[in-house]
Write a protein that binds this ligand. Structure first.
Ligand SMILES: [Fe+2]
Ligand SMILES: [Fe+2]
Length: 374
């Protein structure tokens, strides 16, 4: 069994110094090569529907496609300052903190407003980079999964993810200003997923962890935002995303049944590592740097903010019940259960898992018909 230090490079989960020492990839690079160690797998068993749940998902995906170019109201005027004011809660809200001292002492309304805009730019930039990660990981699943129904479904997800990258990039380019590069912690996680040679690890890292978090975060932002274009964009993306998470749960449920305890332990450790990377990413260190502050001065002040803690926990509302459904919480004497206790997120274990929930996220016939006409 690995130690916390083996898994995430530090013994103390909350060691801020160590978290901030993870450096971002070269910001000037325009491409990044990551070695994919997996074999491409052909199958000669073409029986469609041998896995009925995956076949159903595939058929559903085929009739749920929308067009990012024509189905969203791109002519909407977006007032970034107004969006930032309305989004205050998303950045954690700072009303509980004493900000008259320390690095914020000189800040006035202008700086706080700028911070709100930076948070929005940062969040949507990381979503965009995560969507590209999903595009690449799902193309990898097409190659590596041995089941034909899963290859078929994954191919529809590749198309979905292309659309997601496209709409987030367009939103950032045409409605906001100031992209952020890939966050270092998210980058480490994406590289770990892509480098792994085992096909099921792509699913666990991407469909269960990254997309599980995205589904929760998109839901939160969708509820919160008053900006109509972003609201509709997120609504459309979420309808796809819920299917993607279900794809992960349905595939891994079958595969994990035959794994040994030692093999399950590796999956539990991987899930824990991914959870920590994603939590670390939400320290948003790049935003503080862009605002001219040293994250080491700021984070100790904002990290214990109750609003922030609540937001961070909320990100795990899909991940924890899905891990439970897969048997990952309780295998090996509840190893992952204990880790999720340490992260303060175990209380979500009995929320609805996403294997069926995707139907609730589906676009209605009316929404799809409207998008045809639009
Ligand atoms: Fe996506
Ligand atoms: Fe997705």
């Amino acid at each position: 069994m690995s130690t916390t230090e083996d898994l995430i490079g530090r013994a103390d989960l909350n060691d801020l110094e160590a978290i901030l020492s993870v450096s971002a990839p070269d910001r000037e690079e325009s491409i990044r090569a990551v070695r994919d160690n997996a074999d491409a797998i052909f199958t000669w068993d073409y029986e469609k529907g041998a896995r009925p749940a995956l076949n159903k998902l595939y058929e559903k995906a085929k009739v749920s496609m929308w067009n990012g170019e024509t189905d969203l109201p791109w002519d909407t005027e977006v007032d970034q300052e107004e969006v930032a004011r309305n989004n205050q809660a998303l950045s954690g809200g700072f009303e509980n903190l004493d900000l008259t001292r320390g690095p914020f002492a000189k800040w006035g309304e202008k700086e706080w407003l700028q911070l709100g805009m930076e948070f929005q730019n940062w969040s949507l930039s990381q979503f965009m980079h995560g969507e590209q990660g999903a595009l690449i990981c799902t193309a990898k699943i097409v190659e590596t999964v041995p089941w034909i129904d899963a290859k078929y479904y994954a191919s529809t997800q590749v198309m979905d993810e292309a659309r997601h990258v496209e709409v987030f990039a367009r939103y950032l380019d045409s409605k906001l200003n100031g992209h952020y590069p890939l966050n270092a912690h998210l980058g480490l996680l994406l590289e770990d997923i892509i480098e792994d040679s085992r096909w099921d690890m792509t699913y666990l890292g991407m469909q269960i962890m990254v997309e599980g978090l995205a589904l929760a975060a998109f839901g939160f932002m969708h509820q919160l935002t008053t900006e109509p274009l972003l609201k509709q964009l997120l609504r459309y993306v979420m309808s796809d995303e819920a299917r993607h998470v279900a794809f992960g749960v349905l595939s891994l449920q079958e595969y994990y049944q035959d794994l040994t305890s030692a093999e399950l332990m590796e999956r539990q450790e991987f899930a824990f590592e991914a959870a920590v990377r994603m939590r670390d990413r939400f320290l948003q260190q790049e935003v503080w740097e862009r605002m001219g502050l040293n994250p080491k001065d700021v984070l100790p002040l904002v990290i214990d903010n109750p609003n922030r803690a609540l937001f961070q926990q909320m990100l795990f509302t899909k991940i924890v019940p899905n891990c439970k459904k897969l048997g990952l919480l309780d295998a090996n004497e509840g190893w992952l259960r204990h880790r999720f206790e340490e992260l303060g997120v175990i209380h979500f274990e009995d929320l609805t898992d996403t294997s069926d929930e995707y139907q609730a996220f589906a676009l209605s016939d009316r929404e799809l018909a409207e998008s045809d006409v639009a």
